[in-house]
Design a protein. Sequence first.
Length: 285
Amino acid sequence: MEFCRVCKDGGELLCCDSCPSAYHTHCLNPPLKVIPDGEWHCPRCSAEPLIGKVGKILTWRWAEAPKVEIEVKEGVNPIEEVEKEKKDDIPAAQPSTSKKPQPKPQREFFIKWIEKSYWHCSWISELQLDVFHPAKYHNYCRKMDMDEPPPLDELIYKDDVEKRMKAEEDVHNLEDRFYKYGIRPEWLQIHRVINHKTLRDGRTYYLVKWRDLPYDQASWEEDDCDIPDLKKAIDYYLDLRSAAEGNFSGRKSKKGGKVKRSKARELQDDDQCVSRRPTDRKSVV
């Protein structure tokens, strides 16, 4: 590629060793001070893989600016060097004609993963979403206002003093992690455990149905994951399953006994019929 992927301009470019893309060192985020030795991979090729497949984009926010490492030369006061870098990073009041662009703010997206519950929602970078799910990223950007993040939901327990106090004492910090980003409390509450499976490595997963969500939103959860009341729901499920299997085995044994007796009677009846037929024929002759 003969031009920078970011600014679409030519010049001295840093080429990626994994794809045809090329970049100016100052167009990268964060910008590179020194050209790296050896192989170099662009941000898109070195993006961290996602933990799953994106199901839904819930919201977005501005990400914190990445920290830039400042190289301090010998004989130079490090405090003066830091102050100088801070002055260089301050955006100009008027549009600058310098080739050095202003740092571009990055976004983070709150993701609901496919086949995972709302307990596993997490933040990913804008670059990750653009690399691994470009269609979802561009569709979301068209529908939403990408200049300002969506407003946060108010405290759900605002009118209920007892629940609000309970939320403040919550060790899981559900308000800051989920509620204010549009996730309802019922979606984090276990309705029932439906099924279970054991893998070859010995790990056991349980299929959990969540409150106010359809059955197609049920998810497999490991027995040792940090979800409130999961162990209680698992114990209740195992008790019901053992009771149901006990009743089913009792009914099956009774039913099997009846079938055996009926077959024996049928055989006896057939034997009697066969034994009677020759005698009847002889008598007729």
